[in-house]
Structures are given as C-alpha cells and as structure tokens.
Design a protein around this ligand. Structure first.
Ligand code: HEC
Length: 170
C-alpha cells in the first residue's frame, strides 16, 4: 500500500512538473493560424460548452417571440456582430476566420447554444478567444433580443430580413 501511494505521488509530481515545464519552456503553440489537432479542439470546445451550460442562467427569454423582437435584435446584430459572425445572404466573414477558434458563421451554421446561453456568452464573452464581453454596451433586454435573433438566424422569416436591412440601426 505504501509503495502504491509513493508511486501515485511520484506520478502526480511528474504530471505537475511536466505541465509546468511544457508551459514555461514555451512549448505551447499559441498561433491563431495553426489549428489544433482535431481531438484537442473537440476536447476544448466541449470544455467551453460545459462551462457555459453550467454557468448560464436558466432564465426564460422575457421577450415575446415576435417579428419586432427579431428585427430589434437583427439591427443590433448588423451593427456589432456581422463583422465576425457573418451577414445573412452574404459570403462568410473573412475576418471571423482569422481567429482561433474561428467565429462561427451563424447565418449558415446556426448555434448549438440555447437562447439563455447565447445571452450569457454575448454578455460575458469567452476568455482567450476573439469573443469579447458585450455586457458594458447593451442592456439585458437588448442582449435577449440579440439571443432571439441569433437562434433564428439560419431561417429568418423574409419580412424580418427585409425589416433589418431596410432600417439599419444607428
Ligand atoms: C471580434 C470578433 C467578434 C465579434 C465582434 C463578436 N464575436 Fe461572437 N465570437 C467570436 C469568436 C472568435 C467566437 C468563437 C469562440 C469559441 O468558439 O470559443 C465567438 C463565439 C460566439 C458565440 C458562441 C457561438 C457558438 O455556437 O459556438 C456567441 C453566441 C457569440 N459569439 C455571440 C456574439 C454576438 C451576439 C455578438 C454581437 C453583439 C458577437 N458575438 C460579436 C468573435 C466575435
């Protein structure tokens, strides 16, 4: 039993020192244009998703699901999110592809997150990615309208699409 404990302790120390050395020696590749191996990328994405799921409020969207809500969210989206996440009916954003992880192109891909999770991500951002916290710039209701819009983005009703494009927000 003593031997097992000593072995376990030695193994744990090697792991801690190894990780510390790996980071301090600069072996971690931090380039945005050098994608991670697929398995690592999936593991990290799963970690981010689990963290958002755990921390985001379980709150219900307080806004009615009307075209007005979608148009209000759409105008904010056109003003502040398209540069990275892409515009409906346009080619994907080249700028969004310069980040690692790249900014998901909502008009094509949609999102795997729930409305409450999109609200939370828009408010707080995701650390060490291009996704910054938007909380200082929007009220909670504005963030909910953005979340409603992002959730519907891949299949917006045509009149909503017209509504946001005819009257871009100031
Ligand atoms: C400067 C570029 C940039 C801007 C501007 C930006 N984002 Fe992002 N966003 C990103 C990047 C990069 C990611 C990917 C982060 C990740 O996968 O961990 C991201 C991820 C997200 C996600 C998670 C989506 C998913 O399916 O993985 C949401 C939701 C989101 N952004 C919402 C918004 C909203 C709403 C706005 C506008 C208020 C916005 N973003 C503005 C760069 C940006």
């Amino acid at each position: 039993m003593k031997k097992f404990a000593a072995g376990f302790f030695a193994g744990a120390m090697v792991l801690v020192i190894g990780t510390f050395g790996y980071l301090r020696l600069g072996l971690l590749d931090v380039r945005s244009d050098a994608p991670l191996p697929d398995m690592m990328a999936r593991l990290l994405y799963a970690g981010i998703h689990a963290s958002v799921r755990r921390t985001a409020p379980k709150a219900q969207n307080p806004l009615p699901r009307t075209d007005e809500t979608l148009i209000a969210g759409g105008k904010l989206y056109l003003n502040n999110c398209v540069g990275c996440h892409g515009e409906p009916g346009k080619p994907p954003s080249d700028f969004g592809a310069t980040f690692y992880p790249p900014a998901p192109q909502f008009p094509r891909e949609g999102t795997k997150y729930s409305e409450a999770e999109v609200f939370w991500i828009a408010k707080h951002g995701i650390r060490r990615t291009g996704m910054g916290a938007q909380g200082p710039y929007y009220s909670d209701l504005q963030l909910w309208s953005l979340a409603t819009f992002v959730g519907r983005l891949p299949n917006l009703p045509p009149n909503v699409l017209e509504g946001i494009q005819q009257h871009p927000a100031k």
